[in-house]
Design a binder for this molecule. Sequence first.
Ligand code: AMP
Ligand code: MN
Ligand code: MN
Ligand code: MN
Length: 287
Amino acid sequence: MGKGQKVKFDLHMHSTSSDGELDPAALMRYAHDECGVEMAALTDHDTLGGLEAASEEAARLGMRFVNGIEISSLWADRCIHIVGLRVDPDNEKLARLAGGISAQRSARAVKIAERLEHLGFPNLYGKALKYARNPAIISRMHFAQAMTVEGYVEHLQQAFDRYLGDGMPAFIPTRWPPLAESVAAIRDAGGIAVLAHPGRYRLNEQWQFDGLMTDFQNAGGRAIEVVSGSQSSQYTEICLAAAQRFGFYASSGSDFHSRSGKRPLPGTQGELPGGVKTILELLQSLA
Ligand code: AMP
Ligand code: MN
Ligand code: MN
Ligand code: MN
């Protein structure tokens, strides 16, 4: 890599180990061969299960790989996503945390199916489970897929907007681990805790936004996603300012799930702005 040349990287992507379309190895091939990604992290929801296959394939491709996870966490009664980067995939504390979340997901899925049944959509538990290629991680996404295929909604987003989204009739509040616990587990696994897509939490008041940043920092969080394929680009500036104010490293990822989705393809989420220390510097210093 010559001086001044930018590395195309993506530190937030999903595979079939959670709610993504491509299996871990296929995702690495797609990111590298089709999208030109030179450094990738797999960050599946609440599981470390895809990391071995992804890292082996990345090595075969000659692509730099970062072991990751995206942990569903609770802060002020909201679900907040904490990405862990450079985690040890064999760490017991992190595996235990993930295992607990997986059990919560299974129990939640039964309740979601009950709600949907009351709403006139029967037998969706088994159908959703079919879409969950890793049965340990059953997601609202899998219900959305089943509802779309059954013709109950026109597209995935409509399933969230009408039924599954936060506060909608089939939404089941879930006891995710508290933010501080997720950050602690990531750190125990030797990883860097990154606050995922801060623009997605509807923190409309400045004190709420700053409150999350402060609590995340006090828990040991080191970085925030300044550029994310799953938050509107207007948040880049807001997150840049927050990273500068709190001294966070700036991270960037597409939050890629599928080739047909509306989100950017791997590595195409846009460049990090200048004027802030980047997660690449931190990863390099730890290498
Ligand atoms: P879960 O983690 O099971 O609560 O499922 C949430 C997942 O559904 C997210 O990770 C996204 O991949 C997907 N999703 C798509 N649209 C939405 C939406 N409007 N609200 C929440 N999740 C969504
Ligand atoms: Mn997802
Ligand atoms: Mn997320
Ligand atoms: Mn994600």
